[in-house]
Write a protein that binds this ligand. Structure first.
Ligand code: F6R
Length: 237
């Protein structure tokens, strides 16, 4: 487990270097994507590096962590829409090589793991973290052996995410998410955390017991995980 601390800009730049190293070594890498506020700086940096010709996504495949149930890709709060707007539009990726779990036909949720496997497995998965320790939408109590599945969102998670909607009533009650096992299968993982609101959960994640009560604490068991933290998120370590 590696921990890198810096300003928001520095951690985005350093995390992006992991993509540079990977894509130089393996131009057809499989990348795991996340949404939310946290990876936006990283995505901007990746778009910049792509524009400058440092990296190419031409042969890359992506699999996102999660999607709201009931929102299709045209909804401006769907995670498909988020990825198109914040990353895919700005890089030379073939959009056909990008996957986000299906929020409409949830019956196919478990097939997502098979698709990931068929693509060769995720080489580098980026994660954010919820204040309750969730990764993807794997809330506290999610079993370690879970694969991609439908979850009911915690009220707290819906409240936190309501900042992107007109009101909390519009926030979907369910999501499809990669499971803990799906996430842990990635060859390398990076977790980004920014801001004071994440300080307490970052301390529990890195220095607390490994427990399903704090889903991100399971990452302590992963052989290649790097935490990129800004000074505020790292302030209780
Ligand atoms: C999003 C996701 C979530 C977020 C987490 C933190 O795809 O999987 O686990 O990473 O809720 O969200 P932000 O970055 O908005 O604080």
């Amino acid at each position: 487990m590696k921990v890198i601390i810096g300003s928001e800009k520095e951690i985005a730049e350093k995390a992006a270097q992991q993509y540079v190293e990977l894509l130089k070594r393996k131009p057809n890498a499989v990348l795991g994507g996340a949404t939310g506020s946290t990876p936006i700086g990283l995505y901007k940096e990746l778009a910049r590096l792509n524009k400058e010709g440092v990296i190419s996504f031409k042969d890359v495949k992506t699999f996102n962590l999660d999607e709201y149930v009931g929102l299709d890709g045209s909804h401006d709060q769907s995670y498909r829409y988020f990825m198109n707007e914040n990353l895919f539009k700005h890089i030379d990726i073939d959009i056909k090589n990008t996957r986000v779990p299906d929020g409409i036909n949830t019956a196919v949720a478990a097939d997502y793991d098979k698709e990931i496997e068929a693509a060769g497995g995720v080489d580098l998965q980026v994660l954010g973290i919820g204040v309750d320790g969730h990764i993807g939408f794997d809330e506290p109590g999610t079993p370690l052996d879970s694969i991609t599945h439908v979850v009911e969102l915690e009220q707290n998670t819906r409240e936190v995410n309501s900042r992107f909607f007109n009101s909390i009533d519009e926030v979907p009650t369910h999501a499809v998410t990669m499971g803990i096992k799906t996430i842990m299968h990635a060859r390398s993982i990076i977790l980004l955390a920014i801001g004071k609101s994440k300080a307490e959960i970052i301390k529990k994640t890195l220095q607390g017991p490994i427990t399903t009560d704090v889903p991100a604490s399971i990452l302590q068991l992963h052989p290649d995980v790097t935490f990129y933290l800004d000074e505020e998120a790292a302030s209780l370590l």
